[in-house]
Design a protein around this ligand. Structure first.
Ligand SMILES: Nc1nc2c(c(=O)[nH]1)N[C@H]1C(S)=C(S)[C@@H](COP(=O)(O)OP(=O)(O)OC[C@H]3O[C@@H](n4cnc5c(=O)[nH]c(N)nc54)[C@H](O)[C@@H]3O)O[C@H]1N2
Ligand SMILES: Nc1nc2c(c(=O)[nH]1)N[C@H]1C(S)=C(S)[C@@H](COP(=O)(O)OP(=O)(O)OC[C@H]3O[C@@H](n4cnc5c(=O)[nH]c(N)nc54)[C@H](O)[C@@H]3O)O[C@H]1N2
Ligand SMILES: [Mo]
Length: 811
């Protein structure tokens, strides 16, 4: 979230699109109720299903799965052509006025630089700003230059007329215009809309671009950095935010630092590439501090062994030979027989990843599989024949499976990062049962054994393991408090203020914040954005002061938020260019008081930089403004374009009906053997989507009898019209099949799913909850991911769980 849960109460308008917060985040959803009750906020829900969030909305609009870019792109054009944008914000705080390089084109559904043989954009050189002779980006504040971002944006979405959008999305035109006009009201400087989204946007082959379109909308309305505004990703598992923060994705390092690629063997070049100079005069470009964060990380990992002479251990870092080892890629390699062993820690991939048949076949090719989990998961029993639910030949599977029972979060101390970036400390609530051990103890034990083997036997490349600094008080099982202090970081020598020479932190002391990090090896910090969470003053994550002096739910004394205990990102943009809040009568966030920035939040800005110094609010971008034009950051282009899901019920992209190459995302990666497994609408006519229920949590709660009682049996949701067409009555069993397999479940016939008219055809949608499987105390069911396609978003590789094709028959 750019903002945070309690801040939702400050919204005038709430758009829930691509998520179902009332169902999947029922506790956080109370802030929507607060906004409605105390701020007269209205709630709009746009979702394929009339879901639990929709049931309390002021306005609900149905949409076909996978078409949100069309909906939002049309809205963007609607705002521009009806003059419903926050002009001053757009002109000053976005790249609307930046001139795009000559040579940038968009034709026939493709941007310049596409390489069809590789299914990717091989040449993104035109996707950038024109740079002047002074080294700065060229801008046209009058927005009249034909190649300024604003005009290119307008031109791009001029194709997204209400008629075209309605025909792609299936949303009735009048209803859609009502939603658009309601959202347009948030363009007034004193009106703020928040967007709440989750998997209904991420789990598509175009998911990242859906989210970008949402962010572009919020920029045009002037809603980023504002209290009650923002782009709010509602996260999943209790610490999935912490997982990304700590760099557990295969291409990241902690704090969103990035692993080098194979071509980056040279340390200086690695740093230089990540330390971009400002693109506008007077701008602060915060990533210029990259080396301080990087060196401090290496000092945290390698201690005395990381030195200036060995480039702080740069050679010990893995260099990626591919953009990343995402889960789809790893399972595809496993399926090809290229992986021998797999550690599965708190992960149940045969249940949670697409195409269960492929995941199961991949696991069967392993020599060994280690499962670290408190529960007996389907993955740990993938070899067991469970009839139709897991129809495998056990005797043919030779994989050795080792189960290591772990504790779960309630059985240990530690911190969890919530969606609003708050690190909250929690305390052990119970002793673990049986032989369960903590993940730290298991990983620690594994580390010691591996290091011993490397010490004795050498091996191909022992250095990254042998050089690790493991000076914990309890080496076998380092305490969560020790590890948390290491993430914060400490001074290894006295840290001084470069201007005054004053000592900021003495050697050995915990650092107060990332401004104290140094690139000379005098500081260590395991995750720079967490610096400030455990200072000389103690554990800031354990703070529980809910004082709220401004009545805005900011509670700066409750837990600790990264970065720097800042609650709302980009909050400098909540004030106008002169430093005054956009609407001084309303809730105020930060402002210029004549000598410094201050207010009700920690300013996301250089605290003493006066408004007229030419510095702009988005200091993490070298241009200082937010991007309507994504330059070269996205896989499929600087402006989001609608492409169909890989399994499309209409078989063509209505924007480019005679261009089969751009029916679906032209830059998405598709593995050879999966291409043939995509289904077509003649055999699988219905658009399916998968979702969660409040009463279950993924695949764990079927191990709990009480949950099993509240939602006892697997079901699929079909609309009344489709049920009538197929002669299905509520409660009858149906078979739902895709080109990859089938499930059988009880039919729930609802008014919540209505047929949509799309591209001149009637499209029925089918909803499938995901919680059942073949372990636990609940009634067994089929793994929903038997049905889903093995393809992901072109940027993140998040699987397309939300849009695929099925057939439905009475059993
Ligand atoms: N009780 C409970 N709570 C949970 C979880 C759980 O298992 N149980 N899981 C947690 C996890 S890990 C996560 S990630 C979150 C997920 O939270 P959510 O994303 O809110 O959950 P989902 O039910 O998967 O999907 C949300 C909605 O997206 C809609 N949708 C599908 N396709 C589209 C589309 O193309 N466009 C639009 N606009 N909407 C679409 C679906 O109809 C559904 O209503 O929930 C978390 N909370
Ligand atoms: N079709 C479809 N598929 C989906 C989704 C969808 O919407 N549709 N959603 C996707 C999403 S958003 C998610 S997050 C995934 C979830 O996919 P998974 O993460 O694979 O599913 P979980 O059942 O949450 O598995 C987590 C496991 O962690 C274990 N665990 C709990 N605490 C601890 C601990 O402290 N240590 C260890 N070692 N283990 C622990 C639990 O017992 C559980 O077995 O599913 C994805 N799959
Ligand atoms: Mo999730």
């Amino acid at each position: 979230m750019t903002n945070h849960w309690a801040d939702i109460q400050n919204a005038d308008l709430v758009l829930i699109m691509g998520g179902n917060a009332a169902e999947a985040h029922p506790c956080g959803f109370k802030w929507v109720t607060e906004a409605k009750a105390h701020n007269k906020a209205r709630l709009i829900v746009v979702d394929p299903r009339f879901n639990r969030s929709a049931s309390v909305a002021d306005l609900y609009a149905p949409i076909r799965t996978g078409t949100d870019i069309a909906f939002l792109g049309g809205l963007i054009y609607h705002l521009i052509s009806n003059d419903k944008i926050q002009h001053e914000y757009v002109r000053n705080y976005t790249d609307a006025s930046f001139i795009v390089r000559e040579g940038f084109t968009f034709e026939n559904g493709l941007f310049s630089g596409y390489d069809a043989s590789q299914r990717r954009y091989g040449d993104k050189s035109a996707w950038g700003y024109e740079i002047g002779e002074d080294g700065f980006a060229v801008v046209d504040p009058t927005l009249s230059h034909p190649r300024c971002v604003f005009n290119l944006l307008k031109q791009h979405y001029s194709r997204y007329t209400p008629e075209v959008v309605s025909s792609i999305c299936g949303t009735p035109k009048e209803l859609m215009l009502k939603v658009w006009d309601t959202i347009a009201e948030a363009s007034a400087p004193d009106k703020v809309m928040t967007i709440m989204y989750a998997l209904g946007w991420t789990q598509h082959s175009t998911g990242s671009q859906m989210i970008r379109t949402g962010a572009m909308l919020q920029l045009l309305l002037g809603n980023i950095g504002m209290p009650g505004g923002g782009m709010n990703a509602l996260r999943g598992h209790s610490n999935i935010q912490g997982l990304t923060d700590l760099g557990l994705l295969s291409n990241l390092l902690p704090g969103y630092l990035t692993l080098p690629g194979d071509a980056e063997q040279d340390y200086a070049a690695y740093i230089a590439k990540r330390t971009q100079k400002p693109l506008r005069p007077g701008q602060l470009s915060y990533w210029q501090n990259y080396e301080k964060f990087h060196v401090s990380l290496m000092k945290a990992w390698y201690g005395k062994n990381a030195t200036a002479e060995n480039n702080w251990g740069y050679d010990w870092l893995p260099k990626l030979d591919t953009p990343g080892y995402d889960v789809l890629k790893v399972f595809d390699l496993m399926y090809q027989g290229k992986i021998n062993g797999y550690f599965c820690q708190g992960f149940n991939p045969i249940a949670s990843f697409p195409n269960k048949a492929k995941v199961g076949a991949a696991l069967a090719k392993l020599k060994y599989l280690v499962v670290m989990d408190p529960l007996a998961t389907e993955t740990s029993e993938f070899w067991r024949n469970a009839g139709d639910y897991n129809d495998v030949d056990t005797a043919a599977i030779q994989t050795t499976v080792i189960r290591l029972p772990t504790t779960c979060f309630a059985e240990e101390d530690g911190s969890l990062v919530n969606s609003g970036r708050w690190l909250q400390w929690h305390w052990k609530g119970a002793e673990p049962p049986g032989q369960a051990r903590t993940d730290i103890a298991i990983m620690g034990g594994l580390f010691h054994r591996l290091r011993e083997l490397y010490r004795k036997e050498g091996g191909a490349f022992p250095d990254p393991i042998l050089n690790i600094d493991w000076s914990y008080l309890r080496p076998d099982e380092p305490g969560p408090d020790e590890i948390a202090r290491e993430f914060n970081g400490k001074a290894l020598a006295d840290v001084t203020d470069p201007a005054t020479g004053a000592v900021l932190a003495k050697a050995g002391e915990q650092l107060a914040g990332f401004a104290q990090l140094r690139a000379d090896g005098s500081t260590a910090s395991g995750c720079w954005i967490f610096c400030g969470s455990w200072t000389q003053l103690g554990n800031q994550m354990a703070r529980r002061d809910n004082a709220d002096p401004y009545g805005m739910g900011q509670t700066l004394g409750w837990a600790w938020a990264w970065p720097a205990n800042r609650r709302i990102l980009y909050n400098r943009a909540s004030a106008d260019p002169s430093g005054k809040p956009w609407d001084p009568r309303k809730k105020r966030l930060v402002w210029w008081n004549g000598t410094a920035w201050g207010g009700t939040d920690v300013p996301d800005f250089k605290p003493d930089s006066p408004p007229d110094a030419g510095m702009n609010p988005f200091i993490m971008n070298p241009e200082g403004v937010a991007r309507l034009f994504a330059v070269d950051k996205m896989a499929e282009g600087p402006f989001p374009e609608h492409y169909e899901p890989f399994e499309t019920p209409i078989g063509r992209n209505p924007l480019h009906p005679d261009k089969p190459g751009v029916t679906s995302n032209p830059a998405a990666r598709v593995f050879q053997n999966d291409l043939e497994l995509f289904g077509k609408a003649d055999e699988f006519p219905y658009a399916a989507t998968t979702y969660r229920l409040t009463e279950h949590f993924h695949f764990w709660t079927k191990h709990s009898r009480l949950n099993a009682i509240t939602q006892p049996e697997q079901f699929v949701e079909i609309g009344e019209a489709l049920a009538k067409e197929l002669g299905i009555q509520a409660g009858q069993r149906v078979k739902v099949s895709s080109n990859r397999g089938f499930i059988k479940a009880v039919a729930v016939v609802t008014k919540r799913l209505k047929p949509l008219t799309v591209d001149g055809k009637t499209v029925h949608q089918v909803g499938i909850p995901l919680h059942w499987g073949f372990t636990g105390v609940a009634r067994n069911g089929y793994l929903t991911n038997t049905l889903t396609p093995f393809v992901g978003d072109a940027n993140t590789q998040t699987p397309e769980f939300k849009s695929f094709l099925v057939n439905v028959e009475k059993v």
